[in-house]
Design a binder for this molecule. Structure first.
Ligand code: NAI
Ligand code: MG
Length: 338
């Protein structure tokens, strides 16, 4: 048995986690879940959205499946999601975008974004400067990027490309304006990439152009390697190419720990209605299975999800009428019948 921490999150989290567990139960996978509370409920009960028991659990399991956690805009909260990535040095955020729907805007999208997950403008070094009685007269933020951080994420991306049969990596940056901050990222990633040019095609692209090109002609990309904030934005855009956030999975990976979660957040606008799309979390669970070497059940799960979507059982975000648990039951049945 492999032990893994399970965080059901808040907002739509508990609904999509219940759906995902229903499907996982049908697969013969040897995972023992250590269920831990985090998020808004934990914040209300013990004053911290990431209480010590959840951290202790991940310290011991080094592996988690996590549903989304809300970060209120009001108040002075550091995102629990970002804290987890920092605490466990989960420096690589891997976000695939693969066509699952037959009638999407594009066919055969198959992209992987690798996002640097611990540095850049998301380090949270920021403050206001009060002037003339206005406490928020000026806001100032520092982005922090290190050569060592760039080296490790670049090496991760190129090695990932080789081990997953990819052929091209596009380094995405804004080095024409943020000359130091993303210039260092570009310079370092290109230098690391020089050792791979015999096996991989490596190119670079400015982020705004990349955003436009992704919508116009996504086929020109294979893998994208980028900084924290650009990766956050471009991965939501890539989710849009395959039908929306309800289908976009991800993994936060470090040298000795990993947390798998959907790209999307807690979707408070539809929470509690039983209509959230559980696919993104299910596909993240499939990535977790791949990570622990359980490729066969991971493939079975992905196929059952795809077949269910093709059979027109879909949640409302994809134009269907299925409820979260209807969809999960349909996937579970497909698994049992294959
Ligand atoms: P969001 O990703 O939660 O929602 C954006 C839009 O997509 C909403 O209209 C929502 O209904 C829809 N959506 C998202 N997931 C869906 C699903 N599975 N099925 C159907 N529709 C879905 O982004 P938003 O609203 O900006 O953020 C809400 C909260 O989530 C915030 O507190 C934010 O900080 C947090 N968040 C947490 C993340 C995490 O846990 N890793 C990641 C992103 C946001
Ligand atoms: Mg995001």
């Amino acid at each position: 048995m492999i032990k893994a921490t399970l965080i059901e999150g808040d907002g739509i989290g508990p609904e999509i986690m219940q759906a995902t567990l229903l499907v996982l139960e049908r697969l013969d996978v040897k995972i023992e879940w250590d269920r831990q509370e985090a998020g808004m409920d934990a914040l209300e009960r013990c004053g911290d959205s990431l209480p010590e028991p959840v951290l202790d659990s991940i310290r011991s399991t080094r592996l988690a499946l996590k549903a989304p956690l809300t970060t209120p805009v009001e108040g002075n909260f550091r995102s629990a999601n970002i804290r987890l990535r920092e605490l466990f040095s989960l420096y690589a955020n891997v976000r695939p975008a693969k066509t699952l729907l037959p009638d999407g805007r594009f066919n055969n999208i198959d992209l992987i974004l690798v996002r640097e997950n611990t540095e850049g403008l998301y380090v949270g070094v920021e403050h206001f400067i009060p002037i003339d009685g206005d406490p928020h007269a000026v806001a100032e933020a520092s982005g922090i990027i290190t050569r060592s951080g760039c080296k490790r994420i670049a090496k991760f991306a190129f090695e990932y490309a080789l081990s997953h049969g990819r052929h091209k990596v596009t380094i995405v940056h804004k080095a024409n304006v943020l000359r130091a901050l993303t210039g260092l990222f570009l310079e370092t990633a290109m230098a690391v990439g020089a050792q791979y040019t015999d096996r991989l095609q490596i190119e670079e692209r400015i982020v705004d152009n990349c955003a436009m090109q992704l919508v116009l002609n996504p086929d020109q990309f294979d893998m994208i390697l980028t900084t924290n904030m650009f990766g956050d934005i471009l991965s939501d855009e890539m989710a849009g190419l395959i039908g929306g956030l309800g289908l976009a999975a991800g993994g936060n990976i470090g040298n000795d720990a990993a947390i798998f979660e959907a790209v999307h957040g807690s979707a408070p606008d539809i929470a509690g209605q039983g209509i959230a799309n559980p696919c993104a979390l299910m596909l993240s669970a499939a990535m977790l299975l791949d990570y622990i070497g359980e490729q066969a059940p991971a493939t079975r799960m992905r196929k059952a999800i795809q077949d269910t979507l093709h059979s027109d059982t879909r949640t409302p975000d994809l134009g269907g009428t299925a409820r979260t648990l209807d969809f999960a039951r349909a996937v579970a049945e497909r698994i049992s019948s294959t």
